[in-house]
Each structure stands twice: as structure tokens, then as C-alpha cells.
Write a protein that binds this ligand. Structure first.
Ligand SMILES: *[C@@H]1O[C@H](CO)[C@@H](O)[C@H](O)[C@H]1NC(C)=O
Ligand SMILES: *[C@@H]1O[C@H](CO)[C@@H](O)[C@H](O)[C@H]1NC(C)=O
Length: 375
């Protein structure tokens, strides 16, 4: 059973002090050192609600340098009282006959609702008509719907700051909390609209329900939608790179433009965290200049959600001294043993006032190995 506990913490972990680390590899040392993001799936007893995140604290953690490692504060669960056989929320969806999990999964109205649902304005579909709900990054709460209404679910998501994605589905829930006196109560069909501040995909739509005593909770008609937006950050020009991160070569002077990376695991996906880290890195590097030469300054960052076998690892934030255009976005993930790491929801931002001042040998202009983005 999933716990209702939300881990509220402000951990952040440094990736990569070494600027010579190969750019095409994720910084596994940092990934391993960072706390695992909290995964959460609404349980049957949970009431509709919205989760709020402390973005200011997350930003503070993102810019902290040197990076703090604070204790993870887990909110303790109060001792549960025995609530068996108490009524649960009535769902608005139809209850198939016979009232079994098998009939629910095979019920054609659920598939047809999922397959014919319109894609709301400002969103794109990432998966359709699955029998599982998501376990993703940035759980932001949920509400119940009166009908399988993707436009309404999108409207609600738009009103939740951290919501970048939503998962809508039919859930077969018990009408009473199952217990020894009511081990398999009649079902209720609840239509859920779950908000996520992270990437939702078929590979993390893997929560296919659970047994509660002899009652089988199952899910049908599960669709996922992501916002298709490039968040605006003043002073930066952003582009979406889909699911491929930048794989930057050395520049024409043989310099490594990669500065290092951080991973954020305690909030939701917010490009502003990486922007704040980049700006603060510049303040730090300017205050601590090298013995010779100019300090490295972050003018370009790439941020995305890293996933291991579909399961979220956190928000990755890689910083560079110069901008690389989307033709260098070739890093769509990698294998480490049997684990497949993927990069999803990748965005790159360039300092909007920075002018490339790298002069390549044999050239009298500032050119080409670091091409600017075309806006
Ligand atoms: C969902 O369950 C139904 C009934 O078992 C099955 O026919 C269908 O293929 C399942 N869908 C997926 C995507 O696995
Ligand atoms: C962008 O670059 C300019 C000039 O290089 C610098 O003054 C400014 O602080 C930078 N902006 C950010 C947001 O880092």
C-alpha cells in the first residue's frame, strides 16, 4: 500500500565538480547521491486535494553553494484508526454488471471515453486507454470529475501552480473501506483527475491498482496529457528539445563548455530552479576567480526530467559557458547495466543578452562551433 506521507524536504545534491566529465553521460554519482523523489499515488481513503510545494525553499536549495545536505524530514503518519466499513466517496461513473474487476477492465464505455476524449488546448497526449495510473515526479494532488472531461481536468490543472500534466482515468473503488465485516463491498466508479508537476508517460503509468482485503481496485481508460509550453523566464530565451538533451563537443578552441550539473529531487519540474542555479553559480564563480584567466560563467543551461526505467529520478540541470543549438540535442538517454535512463521534457535556455565572444582560430569573427539558437 502506498503511504500518504509526503516527504517535505529541501535536499539538493551537487553533481559533478569535475568539468572534464564527459558531457554525454549523466552524472551517476550525483544521481546516486540525491534522495529518491517521493512517488505518490492517491489512495482510496485520500480525499481530493491539491499539494502545494514551497518553491522558494526549493529555489534556495537550488542556488545553495556549496550545496547543503540536510536531513530528510518525514511527516509521521498518525496511528490509523479502524475505519473499516465506513462509506467512501461515491463516484460519478457507471458501475459495470457484474460488479467485478474483470468486467470493469473489459467495459467498453471506459475505453471509448478514453479513445475519443479531445486533447485540451495547450496540451498533448502522451498515452491513451491504459489500465494503470502514473507514479511520477511532482505529485500535485487530484480531484474527482462528474464525467470523463479532459477539458475540465485541464482547466483545473491550469489553476494549480505546479501542474504540468494530468492523468485522467476511471478507478474501481470500494463503496466502503474493506474490512473483515465487509471484505468485498459493492464498487463505485470514481473518475479521477490527477495533477503532476513532472513527466507522465506510458512507462510510468504502471500503477494497476491493488487489493484491499478481497476487493480489487483497478484502473481503466487512463490517459496522460502534458502541457506543451516553454516557460518564460525573464532574461532567457528558451526552447523545447523534446526528449533529447544537449551533447556538447569541445568548442573550436578545444575548451570544454560544460560546467557541471545539479539534480533537484524535492519539488516539481520548474525550469526556474535551473536558471537560479546558473545565476548563483555565476555569482559564486565571479567571487572566487581562478588564478589565471576569467571565471567560467553560465550562459546556457539544459534542464529535463531524468527517468530510470520510466521511474523519475528528478530534475537534471546542466550548465554551459556557451549556447549549443538543437542540432546538438542528440542525448536521448543511456544504459547503465540493465537500467535504461531517459531524458524527458528537455528545455534549453540561453542568456538573452549574451553575445558569443569565442573567436575561433583562423577566423576573424565569432563563429560557429557554438551557434546561437535561432529564435
Ligand atoms: C486492459 O484490460 C483489458 C481487459 O483485461 C484488456 O483487454 C486490455 O488489453 C488491457 N489494456 C492494456 C493496455 O493492457
Ligand atoms: C546574461 O549575460 C549578461 C552579459 O554577459 C549578464 O550581464 C547578465 O547578468 C546575464 N543574465 C543572467 C540572467 O545571467
Amino acid at each position: 500500500m502506498k503511504s500518504n506521507t509526503l516527504i517535505i524536504n529541501t535536499l539538493v545534491s551537487l553533481a559533478g565538480a569535475s568539468p572534464l566529465q564527459p558531457r554525454q553521460l549523466l552524472n551517476f554519482a550525483a544521481l546516486d547521491a540525491a534522495p529518491q523523489p517521493t512517488l505518490h499515488t492517491p489512495s482510496i481513503e485520500e480525499k481530493p486535494h491539491t499539494v502545494s510545494y514551497d518553491l522558494a525553499a526549493a529555489t534556495q536549495a537550488a542556488i545553495a553553494n556549496p550545496l547543503p545536505v540536510e536531513a530528510v524530514a518525514k511527516r509521521s503518519l498518525d496511528a490509523r484508526t479502524d475505519d473499516s466499513c465506513t462509506p467512501l466517496e461515491r463516484g460519478a461513473g457507471p458501475v459495470p454488471i457484474p460488479d467485478t474487476a474483470e468486467a470493469f477492465l473489459a467495459y467498453p464505455d471506459f475505453s471509448s471515453a478514453a479513445n475519443s476524449a479531445p486533447v485540451p488546448t495547450g496540451y498533448y497526449l502522451t498515452f491513451q486507454n491504459l489500465n494503470g495510473s502514473n507514479s511520477a515526479y511532482g505529485y500535485s494532488g487530484y480531484s474527482t470529475l462528474n464525467s470523463y472531461d479532459t477539458a475540465e481536468c485541464a482547466r483545473r490543472c491550469n489553476n494549480v501552480d505546479s501542474c504540468l500534466a494530468f492523468n485522467i482515468y476511471f478507478e474501481r473503488d470500494p463503496s466502503l473501506v474493506p474490512g473483515s465485516l465487509c471484505p468485498n463491498p459493492p464498487s463505485n466508479t470514481v473518475i479521477k483527475c490527477v495533477y503532476w508537476g513532472g513527466y507522465i508517460s506510458a512507462s510510468n503509468a504502471n500503477n494497476e491498482g491493488q487489493w484491499r482485503d478481497q476487493f480489487h481496485v483497478v484502473i481503466a481508460g487512463s490517459n496522460g496529457y502534458m502541457k506543451n509550453q516553454v516557460a518564460e523566464i525573464p532574461g532567457w530565451n528558451g526552447v523545447s528539445l523534446g526528449n533529447a538533451a544537449i551533447n556538447a563537443p569541445l568548442n573550436c578552441l578545444g575548451q570544454d563548455t560544460y560546467m557541471g550539473s545539479k539534480i533537484f529531487t524535492t519539488s516539481y519540474f520548474d525550469v526556474g530552479l535551473c536558471a537560479a542555479a546558473c545565476v548563483s553559480q555565476n555569482e559564486y564563480n565571479t567571487a572566487h576567480p581562478p588564478d589565471t584567466g576569467a571565471p567560467k560563467l553560465c550562459r546556457f543551461f539544459v534542464t529535463f526530467l531524468s527517468e530510470r526505467n520510466g521511474s523519475p529520478e528528478g530534475q537534471y540541470c546542466a550548465m554551459y559557458t556557451q549556447s549549443w543549438d538543437s542540432s546538438y540535442a542528440t542525448n536521448d538517454g543511456q544504459w547503465r547495466g540493465d537500467d535504461h535512463y531517459t531524458n524527458d521534457y528537455v528545455f534549453a535556455y540561453t542568456n538573452s543578452t549574451w553575445k558569443n565572444d569565442v573567436v575561433c582560430p583562423g577566423s576573424n569573427s565569432t563563429t560557429t562551433t557554438a551557434r546561437r539558437f535561432l529564435y
